[in-house]
Design a protein around this ligand. Structure first.
Ligand SMILES: Cc1ncc(C[n+]2csc(CCOP(=O)(O)OP(=O)(O)O)c2C)c(N)n1
Length: 212
């Protein structure tokens, strides 16, 4: 369920606070679509009221499945809503891995030091459809073309090359990542289908009625 993770994360953070678990904090990721659901408000409010060790991370890719988030979002989005609940928010270019790293490191340190909740609002763009069968034909191709110009991996590669990292080192990292994904796909394709009975395991029963 969209936004369902937010109250769960706040519950985990509340437990960490009560148990005084050292450096442990909770980091909770969600999309821009989630901020229009009630649990977002409930979770941020609870986190601030109890000063919980939680970092909220909104991955704002401007699309909620097949709906553009902008026209259905009042006000200035995740950061503004956090600020209205007295939660300091940092907006960052989510396609700049160095900027995200710097902001995340600072916010994690603040939360660990007892600041209470923080929110990181990372602006990015979804370059594919919502799921594999979604061709995303409903969006403006120019919007996609502009977004592809800001590809985070290409930008990171450029920065690392100009910082003196050898191209071969970067190629090796990229190839290892591709191999890992290829292997995962091959293993999944080769795996047997699960037993049909597995659909009924780990399912909660209310104790009433029978399976029909
Ligand atoms: C309460 C609820 N409404 C609708 C859906 C169907 N749905 C699944 S993903 C999605 C869009 C989510 O967009 P966002 O929160 O921005 O996350 P993203 O997928 O872009 O990371 C929707 C509407 C759902 N899972 N839960």
């Amino acid at each position: 369920m969209v936004a369902a993770g937010l109250p769960i994360a706040v519950g985990a953070a509340h437990a960490q606070k009560l148990l005084k678990k050292g450096d442990d904090i909770t980091v909770c990721f969600f999309g821009d679509g989630a901020i229009n659901r009630g649990p977002f408000l409930e979770a941020l409010n609870w986190a601030r009221v109890y000063d919980l060790p939680v970092l909220f991370v909104c991955e704002d890719n401007r699309w909620s499945a097949t709906t553009a988030s902008g026209p259905m979002t009042a006000g200035d989005g995740a950061s503004a809503r956090a600020a209205s609940l007295d939660i300091a928010a940092t907006q960052v270019d989510g396609n700049d891995v160095f900027a995200v790293h710097e902001a995340a490191a600072r916010l994690v340190a603040e939360v660990r030091a007892g600041s209470g909740p923080r929110l990181l609002h990372a602006l990015t763009y979804r370059v594919k459809g919502h799921v594999s069968v979604d061709l995303a034909a409903y969006r403006d191709p120019a919007e996609l073309a502009a977004a592809l110009e800001t590809d985070p991996i290409a930008r990171a590669r450029g920065r690392l090359l100009s910082a003196g990292v050898a191209a071969a080192t970067l190629d090796a990292i990229e190839n290892a990542a591709r191999d890992e994904v290829d292997t995962a796909l091959a293993v999944a394709d080769a795996a047997p289908w699960p037993d049909a009975d597995a659909a009924f395991t780990d399912v909660q029963t209310t104790g009433a009625g029978q399976w029909r």
